[in-house]
Design a protein around this ligand. Structure first.
Ligand SMILES: [Mn+2]
Length: 352
């Protein structure tokens, strides 16, 4: 065995840069316990190279793409490992800190357990819940709707915060609570309770808006893609798109098209976003939403979700573009199904 000797000793790291979602928060809590660090910064996958994060040899990066300067990198996204390899990274060097697990928290938990670190016993359950939430590991809509502590805390991060700083402050608060108590207990924290309540309010508004707006394109005879066209609304709508599957449980995807707002003013620019149903088994499907957005040259995403936007000079152009793009998306969506049928008998999970 010629394993690389990059085992860090406690105290070597002073900062954690983590993904700004629930998995990122739990990941930071675990690293924080194992390394006695209380300094947290947050990033999305795109902004990880932002110099403001000051990632260095004293930094642990969690649940994000590889950063060349980071002292330690924990992740579970296979795309990020591929990217790391393409840039000349040695997979052996990250053998213990990268794993194709359901959550990054799982990778970190296992890593430190193997090093002999004793986490509080409740952490096992916390990591299990993180697996479910982060990998969207639900059997069906009912399972997905179940209000588990992990899901509720994760949802509390989806409200609209006054500012980025306010959101970061809340995430730091969450990390500190999560490292010291089981998730059920974290739920009764006043701040978490308040954010959860706000989320539920948004959820209700969202559901009634969906009831009003949801439709299917006439070409979509099987009613596979729920269309939420909010371009006719005067105000910027906030829609939790996936709630549409509760109204149309047989649909496979939801597609939202809206006008973009700038300084609360409606513009003629269009934003599209699409995601697959939680009940669709990705493994048995050829559907790839990110691929659709990339092919149309207007955005990006991964298999389960993607988004794109286009600029329009006038309202008339916007209306025309909207119709054309919706048709194109539906066309590509149909082709992806064809491909899966051609590929043979693997598509039994969703053949109806
Ligand atoms: Mn993750």
């Amino acid at each position: 065995m010629t394993g690389p000797d990059k085992t860090p000793s406690a105290g070597e790291f002073v900062k954690i840069v983590t993904h700004d979602d629930f998995d990122g928060v739990v990941s930071a809590a675990l690293c924080s316990l194992a390394n006695r660090i209380d300094n947290f910064m947050f990033s999305g996958p795109v902004s990880i190279l932002d110099p403001g994060l000051e990632v260095g040899a004293d930094t642990i990066v969690c649940d994000l793409p590889h950063h060349p300067a980071a002292g330690l990198w924990f992740d579970h996204h296979s795309g990020n490992l591929e990217d790391y390899r393409l840039k000349g990274g040695d997979p052996e060097a990250v053998r213990d800190t990268f794993g194709e697990e359901k959550s990054c928290a799982r990778v970190i938990y296992r890593y430190y357990l193997e090093q002999g670190f004793a986490f509080p016993t409740f952490m096992g359950t916390t990591v299990e819940e993180t697996d479910t939430v982060d990998s969207f590991d639900y059997k069906d809509l009912e399972d997905w709707q179940r209000e588990t502590p992990g899901k509720l805390i994760s949802d509390s991060l989806r409200i609209t915060f006054r500012s980025r700083g306010e959101r970061n402050r809340y995430m730091r608060h969450l990390i500190r609570r999560i490292r010291e108590a089981p998730l059920e207990e974290v739920l009764s924290d006043p701040e978490v309770e308040e954010k959860s309540r706000l989320y539920r309010e948004m959820e209700e508004k969202s559901r009634s808006l969906i009831e009003r707006m949801a439709a299917f394109l006439p070409e979509d005879a099987e009613q596979e893609v729920i269309l939420l066209d909010t371009t006719g609304l005067k105000h910027a709508p906030y829609i939790i798109k996936s709630l549409a599957f509760l109204s149309y449980p047989k649909a496979v995807a939801v597609l939202e098209v809206k006008c973009m707002f700038r300084q609360k003013r409606k513009t003629n620019d269009l934003a599209f976003s699409m995601s697959l149903s939680p009940s669709l088994e990705l493994g048995s499907s050829e559907k790839d939403v990110g691929e659709i957005m990339r092919s149309l040259n207007m955005g990006d995403g991964h298999r389960g979700a993607g988004a794109g936007r286009i600029q329009c000079k006038s309202k008339a152009e916007m209306m025309k573009q909207k119709e054309q793009i919706l048709q194109k998306i539906l066309g590509m969506w149909g082709n992806q199904r064809a491909k899966s049928l051609e590929a043979g008998p693997s598509g039994e999970g969703r053949s109806e």
